[in-house]
Design a protein around this ligand. Structure first.
Ligand code: ARG
Length: 459
């Protein structure tokens, strides 16, 4: 049954109906739709716009409907135009006239704007909880691998020594920012549009603050036109989710590289890898690849909402019905990615020896060798040049700075003595990088603790 048949003499044809319908998507918001209707009915009763008895009948009818849908005893009618139509129709079928009074001083325009805000606020909380789980895992790895020396890279070329723990905490920082961003986004979502009605408010004596507080909102949307046509919070959430995607995708890329034969820094647990149907030797990092790939969908969803919104005049336009498919897709995608990614990281084996070997072979202590000469009084630029010559010699002789004999060092500068071997020792190189935010193991342990206690406090 349509809510708007009064001025029409013909039924819409099937193609129009199917094209227009959004129940396939918005059925997902049945809880929020009912929650909003209950608050609205309560406010109408308090304000004397409907009788307290009618309000009570409506509320208990709605509660039954909610319970029955949750329990699976009431099926949502997929021929209904949308979830709002279904709930109101079902209520009226059950309670008669009071059901028909529910839509007083309300429109589907403010109703849908409310439902989606309520729904996405819950999703923000769920995604934040997943991120916190991931940060906890990474914080633990920061502690565990604070002394595990590995090479840091620039241009994917071995650059300077860090530790694996430090590396994991770099990702923890990104995901911490993601939780902050979600929190900010949620704050702006936390305003109630209900009562803006179709676009121009109402002549009834409604109390929008009452409805907002019954629903737990911080505030109301202050302009009725804006209340029903604002979808900024969807674009904002899509953008937060896109950044989570960027971080997960970069991390996935590293995982994929690290578990390749060329790196062998880590090994994924069998439970989180797949084989090949033809090549018996293969163990593929499919989960990481899928996470990297699915990030493309999340970006696409962001583009969808921005493009849908960019050309539509105030206030509600049906284009806006497209908002839900894209944001639900990105919410589901990011949740699925996090859910698969966390245990994959948690169970991977870290090959500290190979990390160490790669670190030893990459001249990543060349800067430390130059710094050693600086400590002997040479200007950094001269020290840099001398060290460059030493590295070239080592490459020629197929050796390392750790193993190059002292007399070879001395040919480059008489400032060298046997102290240089301590200076280029990788453990020392990392241990001495004590600058704030640097990879010295003591720093890393402290940072891991700080991150873990931040998550702990936040619970
Ligand atoms: N299904 C619609 C949407 O998602 C609900 C609002 C309908 N309002 C209207 N005036 N047709 O946007």
């Amino acid at each position: 049954m349509k809510l708007w048949t009064g001025r029409f003499s013909k039924e819409a044809d099937k193609i129009t109906n199917d094209f227009n319908s959004s129940i396939g998507t918005d059925r997902r918001m049945y809880r929020e739709d009912i929650e909003g209707s209950i608050a609205h009915a309560e406010m109408l009763g308090i304000q004397g716009i409907i009788s307290p008895e009618d309000a009570e009948i409506i509320i208990s009818g709605l509660k039954d409907i909610e319970r029955e849908i949750s329990e699976g005893t009431l099926e949502i009618d997929m021929t209904a135009e949308d979830i709002h139509t279904f709930v109101e129709g079902e209520l009226t079928k059950r309670v008669g006239d009071p059901g028909k009074r529910l839509h007083t001083a309300r429109s589907r325009n403010d109703q849908v704007a409310l439902d989606i805000r309520l729904n996405l606020m819950k999703e923000c909380d769920e995604i934040s909880a997943l991120l916190k789980k991931l940060i906890t895992v990474l914080g633990g790895m920061g502690e565990k691998y604070a002394y595990t020396v590995m090479s840091g890279y620039t241009h994917l070329q071995r650059a300077q020594p860090v530790t694996f723990g430090h590396y994991m905490l770099a990702y923890a920082e990104m995901f911490l920012r993601d939780t902050e961003r979600l929190g900010d986004c949620r704050k702006r979502m936390n305003r109630c549009p209900l009562g803006a009605c179709a676009l121009a408010g109402t002549t009834y004596n409604t109390d929008r603050y009452k409805t907002a507080s019954l629903l737990g909102f911080d505030d109301i949307c202050h302009n009725s036109l804006d209340a029903v046509s604002d979808r900024d919070f969807i674009a904002e959430l899509a953008s937060c989710l896109s950044l989570i995607g960027v971080h997960l995708s970069r991390f996935s890329e590293e995982i994929i590289l690290w578990c390749s034969h060329e790196f062998k820094y880590i090994e994924l647990d069998d439970a989180f890898s797949t084989g090949s149907s033809i090549m018996p030797q293969k163990k593929n990092p499919d989960i990481a690849e899928l996470v990297r790939g699915k990030t493309g969908r999340v970006f696409g969803d962001l583009m969808t909402i921005l493009t849908v919104m960019k050309g539509i005049p105030l206030a509600y336009n049906k284009d806006m019905q497209e908002d839900k498919d894209c944001i639900f897709d990105s919410v589901d995608t990011v949740k699925a990615c996090l859910t698969a990614f966390i245990p994959m990281i948690e169970t991977m084996t870290v090959n500290s020896e190979n990390m160490r070997k790669a670190a030893a072979g990459g001249f990543i202590n060349a800067t430390d060798c130059a710094d050693y000469l600086v400590s002997k009084g040479l200007p950094f630029r001269d020290a840099y040049k001398i060290t460059g010559g030493l590295v070239a010699l080592c490459i020629e002789k197929n050796t390392t700075l750790e193993e190059l004999p002292l007399d070879e060092y001395k040919k480059f500068s008489d400032k060298f003595d046997k102290g240089v071997y301590e200076a280029v020792n990788l453990d020392r190189c990392v241990r001495c990088r004590t600058s704030q935010g640097g990879p010295a193991p003591e720093n890393v342990r402290r940072e891991a603790e700080r991150i873990l206690s931040r998550i702990e406090d936040n619970k």
